[in-house]
Design a protein around this ligand. Structure first.
Ligand code: PLP
Length: 447
């Protein structure tokens, strides 16, 4: 039973969270493995820091408190934690081993499966992280076109090609690398055209997230397709967040525009570590050219492939995406209604699509308001909803979960409304406010 239904007094123990964070800070730089999961992303002193176990749409922290999960490990857990069909497939594969000296039949089976379900996929290579395949996509595009410049928008990972051009985030990247990455704005074709004008005959690829928190406008994706064709550049969709989430075939299927290459990771194997670069055969074949190197020891690890196959089969059999859209839209609409009921329309609201949306908090000048976000998060965590602002609903989020989340958000709105009225949001905070997210630091997903 979720805490908010038992009582609204917060008596959660946080002893393990505190001890683990203290130990982590001595042996793990930043006390985290993932920027969005570190202590600074939560209200320090109020939020839990370590999750011990998870089932369906719920998680239990290291002190045993239960929460409804809003972001499902930042997106990978599409069906639900420990989803039976996936766990069974992985358990069965485990008894046959995990890594082999040669290829395993699953390498072929899952590659074939991806070519069946993803519109642009004619060939497939596997990897482990989103970064691996976005970086591979840039390298393949450069090799295929014999050009240098990557025109890009959106977050694609931490590697040199994606961070080299960020003045405050490019420490450790040789200056020369950043010179070949050029940014354009989503929904701003002019900003992309400028890159082609300034780099005639040298733009290898347009690498973009097909959709961000804002919807594509004025046939933006179709225009990208046309420009890539006109210029002989490779169109790459980074579907790491949208793949398997907007539809089984990703956002390219949802919006009906096919890129030349596409990157998949989160959502692919319901939480197991795997990613894939897929795309047109002539472009993908570059990977097997004698002067091109791409190879990873763990790329073909069998548990994650078994998980991928099982997760896709669930999506083929059941109305996974319909459910995710339904639960997401109830939350989006419910949140906006609450914000207006409490007179907080200018203070907080929702951006995005039902399968991926994000709550924004703004101050009087329209800037991101981390204090308001921290207060909302604090009150949600105290009531058993693991709110972070981003929401990635899963197939396991039940109607009851949605009801509880909205009833908790009602409480949070009421408290936030009081605090705003009293001009005392900071005074309501019981811990350290949250810091900037990685996407805020890179300029993506502005609130
Ligand atoms: C759109 C997008 N691309 C790339 C990445 C990087 O993926 P990973 O963290 O698995 O390397 C992410 C991660 O959040 C992402 O959302």
């Amino acid at each position: 039973m979720v805490r908010s239904l038992q009582s609204h007094t917060d008596d959660r123990p946080l002893k393990q969270s505190r001890e683990l964070t203290e130990r982590a800070s001595k042996v793990i730089p930043g006390a985290t493995q993932t920027a969005s999961k570190g202590p600074t992303q939560f209200v320090q002193g109020v939020s839990p820091t370590h999750i011990q176990r998870a089932q369906g749409s719920h998680v239990w922290d290291a002190d045993g408190s239960e929460y409804i999960d809003c972001v499902m490990a930042l997106g990978p857990v599409l069906l639900g934690h420990n989803y039976p069909a996936v766990t069974e497939a992985v358990t069965e594969q485990l008894t046959d081993g995990t890594m082999y000296t040669m290829e395993h039949p699953l390498h072929v089976e899952v590659a074939e499966l991806l070519t069946e379900v993803i519109p642009c996929a004619e060939m497939v290579r596997f990897a482990k992280n989103g970064n691996d395949v976005t970086t591979l996509a840039a390298k393949v595009a450069r090799a295929h076109t014999d050009r240098n410049v990557i025109a890009t928008q959106g977050y694609h990972g931490w590697t040199d090609v994606w961070m080299g051009d960020h003045p405050n985030l490019n420490r450790g990247v040789p200056e020369a690398v950043g010179k070949h990455t050029e940014r354009f704005e989503y929904n701003d074709i002019e900003s992309l055209e400028r890159i082609f004008d300034e780099n005639p005959g040298d733009v290898a690829a347009i690498v973009t997230t097909p959709v961000n928190l804002d919807a594509p406008e004025d046939d933006f994706l179709e225009q990208l397709r046309e420009i890539a064709d006109r210029e002989g550049a490779v169109l790459v969709f980074d579907e790491i967040l949208t793949g398997f989430r907007f539809s089984l075939g990703g956002a390219q299927q949802y919006f009906g525009v096919e890129p030349d290459l596409a990157c998949f990771a989160k959502g692919m194997a319901n939480g197991y570590p795997i990613s894939a670069l897929v795309g047109r055969s002539d472009v993908m074949s570059t990977i097997s050219d004698s002067d091109f190197v791409y190879s990873m020891t763990y790329a073909g690890e069998a548990l994650s492939l078994a998980a991928t196959k099982a997760a896709i089969e669930v999506q083929q059999r059941e109305n996974v995406h319909e459910h995710i859209f339904e639960q997401g839209s109830k939350l989006v609409e419910g949140y906006d209604e609450l914000a207006s009921e409490y007179g907080l329309e200018g203070v907080t609201g929702v951006n995005g699509f039902s399968p991926r949306f994000k709550m924004w908090f703004r101050d009087e000048d329209g800037n991101a308001d981390r204090l308001a976000k921290s207060l909302f998060m604090q009150e949600a965590h105290k009531r058993g909803v693991l709110f972070t602002d981003g929401h990635l609903p899963s197939y396991s989020h039940s109607d009851e979960d949605v009801e509880i989340m909205l009833s908790v958000y009602r409480d949070c709105m009421e408290i936030l409304a009081d605090a705003v009225k009293e001009d005392a949001v900071e005074d309501y905070l019981e811990g350290e406010p949250v810091g900037a997210t990685l996407r805020e630091r890179t300029g993506e997903d502005r609130s």
